[in-house]
Design a protein around this ligand. Structure first.
Ligand SMILES: Cc1cc2nc3c(=O)[nH]c(=O)nc-3n(C[C@H](O)[C@H](O)[C@H](O)COP(=O)(O)O)c2cc1C
Length: 345
């Protein structure tokens, strides 16, 4: 069986996504705060995917510098991920418009309609996250150009529903815009299965952390290479009165310390030593700066090791283009096996 048939098949399966992104492959690099900076973003785009800068908490001038830096490393399309809660969201949007960015991903809560309209008026394609069908429908009405659905297998801040359920609920219902599936994708076979269900492409984060081009500290990369899927766990909430933001990360000393801190704070609240607002703030502030501590400083004991369950499929450090080609060839293999079965009757 000729690989070119599988190549044509895959091209047809994700052409809506790759046309939308302007890329060879409809693989978006999931923006990862501190990790998805110019080097990784450019490497993903140069490898045929679509790199996305994670703006995170960056101020507007730093974002502008990161965009320029990325442009100096690639002439391929790439996007910018903005967190909607950022206090300077409008100024960040201004920077994207000024830098002629083609695609902006709005993450972290429902995007403001004004922000969507400003980006669209400037000719920028807007991509938003939909954690449920109702929200996907609302986003389509607001005029977003594409949607990411991310299951709870993903690394970082997550929703409560698995990728396998989200794809069944949303892909058959929302056909007006391209949909990219994220969460738990570590191999090409999974990409094919989402595309065959109606996705236009995928978004992958965890698999790219250990790319050679990723600036993540070697301790952070080693932790990923060592970890099995079961170590990528959800943050634990001890008391319903004190909500904990759901984050998936590798277990480490900080995970235990977080439980201990919650216990202490809740006890202080019950003993009347702290009011509820102060106690909640204490819990929320525990992880402040923790991702940077792990990714940049390499403190994998006290930092946050945000990682998805696909971490078990991260087994070595390798060039970004190899990661992408590996995924694409796994997709070809599964399609070729199908074509062979069909040919043999
Ligand atoms: C270390 C890390 C940091 C992340 N930071 C962000 C972020 O800043 N903004 C965002 O929208 N998603 C963030 N994500 C989620 C990714 O963009 C992506 O959607 C997710 O990793 C996909 O699931 P996967 O990890 O199973 O591939 C982060 C994920 C990881 C692992």
């Amino acid at each position: 069986m000729d690989q070119s048939q599988a190549e044509a098949e895959l091209k047809a399966l994700w052409h809506r996504g790759s046309d939308f992104l302007g890329t060879r492959y409809a693989i978006m690099g999931g923006a990862m705060s501190w990790v998805s900076e110019r080097n990784l973003v450019a490497a993903i785009s140069n490898g045929g995917g679509f790199g996305v800068i994670a703006c995170g908490a960056m101020p507007p001038d730093l974002l502008a510098a990161e965009i320029e830096g990325t442009k100096s490393l690639t002439d391929k399309p790439f996007g910018v991920n903005l967190i909607t809660m950022h206090p300077e969201l409008d100024a960040l949007i201004d920077q994207c418009i000024a830098a002629n960015i083609s695609h902006v991903v709005l993450a972290g809560g429902l995007p403001p309609s004004k922000g969507i309209a400003r980006l669209k008026d400037a000719g920028i394609k807007v991509i938003c996250f939909a954690p449920a069908v109702v929200i996907a429908k609302r986003l389509v009405r607001l005029g977003v150009d594409a949607i990411v659905i991310e299951g709870m297998e993903a690394g970082g801040h997550i929703g409560p529903v698995t990728t396998s359920v989200l794809v069944q609920e949303i892909l058959p219902t929302i056909t007006q815009v391209p949909i990219f599936v994220a969460g738990g994708i570590g191999r090409g076979e999974a990409i094919v299965s989402h595309l065959e269900m109606g996705a236009s492409g995928v978004q992958i984060g965890t698999r790219f952390v250990c790319a050679n081009e990723s600036i993540a500290h070697e301790n952070f990369k080693k932790a990923f290479i060592r970890a099995p899927a079961r170590d990528a766990v959800l943050s634990v909430q001890l008391d319903p009165k004190f909500p904990v933001i759901p984050v998936r990360a590798l277990t480490n000393k900080a995970t235990d310390a977080f439980m201990e801190r919650q216990r202490e704070v809740i006890a202080d609240f019950r003993d009347g030593k702290m009011d509820q607002k102060a106690a909640q703030l204490e819990i929320e502030q525990f992880w402040a700066g923790a991702l940077r501590r792990a990714v940049i400083d390499g403190d994998v004991e006290n930092g946050s090791l945000m990682a998805g369950q696909s971490v078990g499929m991260v087994t070595q450090e390798q060039p970004c283009s190899d990661i992408i080609e590996e995924l694409v060839h796994q997709a070809y293999d599964v399609l070729m096996a199908r074509l062979r079965r069909e040919a043999s009757g």
